[in-house]
Design a protein around this ligand. Structure first.
Ligand code: SF4
Length: 380
């Protein structure tokens, strides 16, 4: 079995030479590193770059984030998905102000007690920001370790997962003790493991000839890189059909806020409901969805999107409302398109708003944000 000594030195030397120049690697600010780690969960580096820069301008410190309006926080997260991450960042920042003098705590136990910070994130902050010998284990590190040590079991299974954490711990604990360690050996070692998985030890066709640990890697030496890691069973993808209604009245459009504790909680969206597989009466469904029978329904567009293991097809309909505008409330608003732009919307509903904006522009509106009498209604 490869020893930590044989792996850690080559990994640190390799990382010193080839580490990508990522903006959050140029700072030692724990807050900036925390934000990058949360954004990078479920999201690719190239997408995170622009979001991270914007976020750091808008909320440069824990205190700035804690003070921010939650809707502004959600708006800054719009497009990244998995909005619970933004909610937890905001909650955790407020706790840090109350309990930790407005800074990230340095201790693993204090970190993992915060909302949205699990074992991986606590380890990443401890090691990357504070250079502590805490292990990390994400998808990239799992792939690297299962190949180096030829672990031929489902890495998500409890015992195997514990073994992987233990191997990651042995490596990071060894980092400060190699000859001539870099100034921040624990930080570099953990980032080297992630970097290797992200850039060399790819899920398919790893680039083993350039790998710094190929001589130690059991999978490479035994020709088993394609077999490892063992794929874990994924939940089956399920199809869903949803109807969405863009209801206009006096140049404004009806939007509703999603309830707390739902997917995309607290984001705004055009009213919508599950259509199921069976035939349905569109007007009845519209009434059930918006609470009144809209006038002259007609199709606006269709779109597909995916949330977790659901593949969702959305049919969007335009309609108008005859009656006076009902009062707005905390969860219902009638908005101009300009106001829709300022609200945090899930991706699918942002796309609907863009289609609506394009329709209004094509119809000749000079200022779609001030559509006095909605072109949609005029058309209807
Ligand atoms: Fe991955 Fe190949 Fe390196 Fe082994 S030798 S760690 S399989 S890239």
């Amino acid at each position: 079995m490869p020893t930590p000594d044989a792996l850690v030195g080559p990994l640190l030397a390799w990382y010193a030479q080839v580490a990508r120049d990522l903006p959050w690697r140029r700072t030692s600010d724990p807050y900036a590193i925390w934000i990058s780690e949360i954004m990078l969960q479920q999201t690719q580096v190239k997408t995170v770059m622009s979001y991270w820069h914007r976020w750091m301008c808008r909320f440069p410190t824990v205190r700035a984030l804690a003070k921010a309006n939650f809707q502004d926080v959600l708006k800054s997260w719009e497009g990244l998905g998995y909005y619970a991450r933004a909610r937890n960042l905001h909650r955790a920042a407020r706790i840090m102000v109350r309990k930790h003098s407005g800074a990230l705590p340095r201790g693993y136990r204090e970190l993992i007690a915060l909302p949205g910070i699990g074992r991986y994130t606590a380890g990443a902050i401890c090691s990357i920001a504070f250079n502590q010998p805490e292990p990390i284990l994400d998808g990239n590190v799992i792939r690297v370790l299962t190949r180096i040590f030829a672990i031929d079991r489902n890495p998500r299974e409890t015992q195997t997962n514990q073994l992987l954490w233990e191997l990651a711990r042995r490596l990071v604990e060894r980092a400060p003790r190699v000859p001539h360690p870099p100034p921040r050996p624990c930080s570099d070692l953990n980032q080297a493991l992630m970097e290797l998985g992200a850039t060399v030890c790819a899920p398919r066709q790893p680039n083993c000839p350039i790998c710094p640990v190929r001589r130690e890697c059991t999978a490479y030496r035994t020709g088993r890189t394609a077999e490892l890691p063992r794929p874990s069973s994924r939940p089956q993808t399920l199809s869903r059909r949803v109807l969405a209604f863009v209801i206009s009245r006096n140049g404004r459009f009806l939007l509703k806020k999603r309830p707390a504790r739902s997917i995309n909680a607290h984001l705004w969206e055009f009213p919508n409901l599950e259509a199921g597989d069976t035939n349905f009466d569109l007007e009845t469904m519209a009434k059930r969805c918006v609470g009144f029978r809209p006038r002259a329904l007609r199709p606006l567009c269709s779109l597909n999107h995916t949330i977790t293991h659901f593949r969702i097809h959305v049919d969007v309909f335009l309609g108008a409302m005859n009656k006076p505008l009902p009062r707005t409330s905390v969860s219902v608003r009638w908005c101009t398109l300009g106001q829709v732009d300022e609200l945090p919307l899930p991706n699918a509903h942002r796309r609907i708003a863009e289609r609506l904006g394009a329709l209004l522009k094509n119809a000749g509106a000079t200022n779609v944000n001030r559509v006095g009498r909605s072109l949609v209604e005029r058309e209807l």
